[in-house]
Design a protein around this ligand. Structure first.
Ligand code: GLN
Ligand code: ZN
Length: 768
């Protein structure tokens, strides 16, 4: 029996990774200093692993995203980046003017860069795992286990790219997921020799074992895909002896009908996730496991923070050991640990009793080590495990009032009246907006002074009154600016919010926030997911004061800005003792309380953001219906009781929405703003297919994840494409997400271009 782990956060205990990347981008540190800092981080990671587990992964650290690294390693570099090299190429692809599309990684809140396969050609530009392995050995004395993204997952998460035309002098691309089995097969045939070369070089260097991550094996597979996988792994491994290959899967179980074929792939070991669902356990119980094969038993959660009841997990491990043989058992985390903050150690402001119920990444490694000791019969470990079991058996965080409110919900609480066409009429009469109304998504730049003021306020160096004055000053500036720019619907700017979920989490009962619990969402961007530990309710209004202040400064409508229940739930770590639907309804009711308060205070447009609506969709199609049923209801619950004239907006971004347009439609909002600028019009094709779309929609014309300032022509090209599919009366003009990560120098000219572009469109297409 051995232990291993993977995916330990790259951020560093003091967020060093973020500082290094941003320092380098801003020219504050040299490339040399940057790379030296990265090396220090790698040392820290390897040493941490080494303290707790037997086999240490190498090659996990990257300078932005591991999918980007994989694409570069395999020579998957679109034409438009030609002539660039090294870090310039790397960051151009990550965040340049024509960066790769960014989308959510499986059903998580990590965003990866989507490799674009323009030509069916792959080359091993650099053997990255070999380099990492050598470096770890030479510099840190660690004989590690290289980790790579497997060929199937790489292709499934890439897109093919084709130029299909031009609009306003700019190319239009057609990007497509690789779904056609013939295309997949053809690409796989070209890709496998490159992977094979990589493995042969690793073997040559006497690397002993390699972890090949294939989380895409847990997607719903079909016969053709499984045949392609079998063929690929046969070609990859045939005659390649003397190096142990492990295929590791996570985020779900393997489909029931393909379980045996996947675990029988010709590799030394298979990693299965026993935490995300019961599926793998059910299948291994029924169908067994190939004799002599290693099982990387994913039993320690990588996506949730609840301390493990070690006694229960040891029981599971004993059962697995019985099936596969103890000598074949490897104890592991179930999903990568980068979905967790680094450690609970510094958290000293949590509600009473919570800290001892939590485990973050470092504590997960300790749990893995403890599980091994427990299995070996260690007495001290047993004592500790018993203490934990006793603690976790005690109830925590219940609020009877909230429970009763949920029990009393009726079907009509989820239905808004009257229907959209009727509401639309009243809203148009009241709001009198022009054709192509312009707006932004909510946040304006969170400049250093804003962050500093918040830190000072938290430390008590700024009184509540001083802080309030400061934020009001910012709101006033933002309103004046929007007035000057000539936008039609204003926002207050969200200066009071550190983060769109954390802000509400701090004000809601039943949810805790952390002081240091940072997690990377993409690149150098971090956030602190709150922890839903009890029943959720809203003791006091949360946004009314800020929004009404903003509205008092202008005659233009200011949007009330809220985060929706599905997003608050999904971007938090949630308790597991009640169904997710129930947590979502609890939050939905708390948001409804706020919505009604805003309406009562004269706010006419309220936006309820649901950027996490897509990523929370279950991986397995057979579970979609159950999810959408409660997710749609939770959103509807949050606003069903408003007056017809109150316009409800929602916002979604950075996901593939193409296959869930029907469900989005069911949410019954009046207006949606949706991201489109990086996926190059794909979403527009989805609306075309859907056919009956009659809600107002703002397709994002400005990619806010890039510092580049979009031109009028670029933004107009997006609008013209949308106008081919949807009637102009439905269209809004807006960026594709909030502007908090941008600088004012970027935002002002960009919005100026955007408003001018809308005005031109009105001239050309008539302002009725
Ligand atoms: N209203 C939020 C903002 O503008 C929306 C952010 C998001 O969708 N991620 O910041
Ligand atoms: Zn967004």
């Amino acid at each position: 029996m051995r232990t291993w782990a993977f995916g330990y956060p790259k951020l560093g205990e003091k967020r060093e990774y973020k500082k290094l990347l941003e320092g380098f981008w801003n020219g504050k540190i040299t490339e040399e200093e940057f790379l030296k800092g990265i090396e220090d981080l790698e040392r820290y990671r390897l040493e941490t692993y080494r303290q707790y587990v037997d086999s240490v992964p190498v090659g996990e650290l990257n300078l932005y995203d591991f999918m980007l690294d994989t694409a570069l390693m395999l020579g998957v570099i679109p034409e438009r980046f030609k002539g660039k090299e090294g870090l310039e190429l790397y960051y151009d692809m990550a965040r340049g003017k024509q960066a790769l599309e960014m989308t959510k990684w499986f059903n998580t809140n990590y965003h990866y860069l989507v490799p674009e396969i323009e030509k069916a050609e792959f080359t091993l530009r650099e053997n990255k795992p070999l380099k990492a392995w050598k470096e770890a050995k030479e510099k840190f004395g660690v004989e590690g286990r290289p980790v790579i993204v497997g060929p199937y997952t790489f292709l499934k998460l890439s897109k093919t790219l084709q130029k299909v035309g031009e609009e306003g002098g700019l190319p239009i691309y057609h990007m497509e997921k690789i779904e056609d089995p013939a295309v997949l097969k053809a690409l796989m045939e070209k890709l496998i020799p490159v992977y094979r070369q990589m493995l042969e070089e690793l073997k040559e260097a006497e690397v002993k074992e390699v972890q090949i991550d294939e989380p895409a094996f847990v997607l719903n597979l079909n016969d053709e895909e499984v045949a392609i996988i079998e063929d690929a792994y046969k070609k990859l491994t045939e005659g390649l002896e003397g190096i142990d290959l492990y295929i590791v899967t996570y985020y779900e179980g393997i489909d029931d009908q393909y379980f045996e074929r996947i675990v029988n792939l010709p590799v030394t070991g298979i990693g299965l996730d026993f935490v995300s669902s019961e599926r793998n356990l059910k299948n291994i119980r029924q169908k067994g496991f190939p004799k002599g094969k290693k099982l990387v038993a994913g039993v320690v959660p990588g996506r949730n923070v609840w301390r493990l009841d070690l006694n229960k997990t040891v029981e599971l491990l004993r059962e697995l050991a019985n099936i596969v043989g103890e000598e074949n058992l490897i104890i592991s985390n179930a999903q990568p640990l980068y979905h967790l903050p680094i450690t609970v150690e510094p958290e000293n402001k949590l509600p009473e009793g919570l800290k001892e119920r939590l485990s973050f990444a470092k504590e997960r490694l300790q749990e893995i080590a403890l599980l091994k000791k427990l299995l070996e019969g260690d007495e001290a470990a047993k004592k500790k495990a018993d203490e934990i079991s006793a603690l976790l058996a005690q109830p925590f965080g219940r609020n009877e009032e909230v429970v009763a409110r949920i029990k009393n919900l009726k079907e009509e609480d989820f239905v808004r009246k009257p229907s959209y066409p009727e509401r639309d009429k009243v809203q148009r009469e009241q709001l009198k907006l022009p054709l192509f109304p312009t707006t932004t998504i909510g946040s304006f730049p969170q400049t250093p002074d804003v962050r500093k003021a918040r830190v000072k306020y938290r430390k008590g160096e700024l009184s509540e009154e001083e802080y309030k004055k400061f934020i009001q000053g910012k709101i006033k500036e933002a309103i004046e600016l929007q007035e000057e720019l000539g936008l039609d619907v204003f926002v207050h700017g969200e200066f009071e919010r550190s983060d769109m979920v954390e802000y509400f989490a701090e004000l809601l009962d039943g949810i805790a926030t952390t002081s240091h619990g940072w997690v990377i969402s993409y690149g150098s961007r971090v956030y602190r997911p709150p922890i839903i530990y009890g029943d959720v309710s809203r003791p006091n209004p949360m946004t009314v004061e800020w929004i009404t202040y903003a509205q008092s400064l202008t005659d233009k409508p200011v949007k009330g800005m809220l985060t929706g229940p599905v997003t608050i739930l999904n971007w938090s770590y949630a308790r597991e003792d009640i169904p997710r639907s129930e947590i979502a309804y609890q939050i939905g009711l708390a948001i409804l309380d706020e919505v009604l308060d805003l309406e009562r205070n004269g706010i006419k447009i309220i936006q309820i953001d649901e950027p996490a609506f897509r990523e929370a969709v279950p991986i397995k199609k057979e579970e979609w219906e159950g999810y959408f049923d409660w997710a749609i209801k939770a959103f509807r619950l949050s606003n069903a009781k408003v007056k017809p004239e109150t316009q409800i907006h929602t916002h979604m971004c950075y996901s593939d929405f193409n296959d869930i347009i029907e469900q989005i439609y069911e949410m019954d909002f009046d207006v949606i703003s949706i991201e489109a600028s990086r996926s190059k019009g794909e979403i527009i094709e989805a609306f075309e297919r859907f056919g009956k779309w009659d809600r107002q929609i703002g397709v994002g014309v400005y990619d806010i994840h890039s510092p580049a300032i979009p031109t009028k022509e670029e933004m107009k090209a997006v609008m013209l494409r949308v106008m081919k599919v949807l009637p102009k009366e439905l269209l809004w003009v807006n960026p594709d997400c909030g502007l908090k990560t941008r600088k004012w120098e970027e935002v002002i000219p960009a919005l100026k271009n955007m408003v001018e572009m809308a005005k031109e469109l009105r001239k050309e297409y008539g302002n009725k």
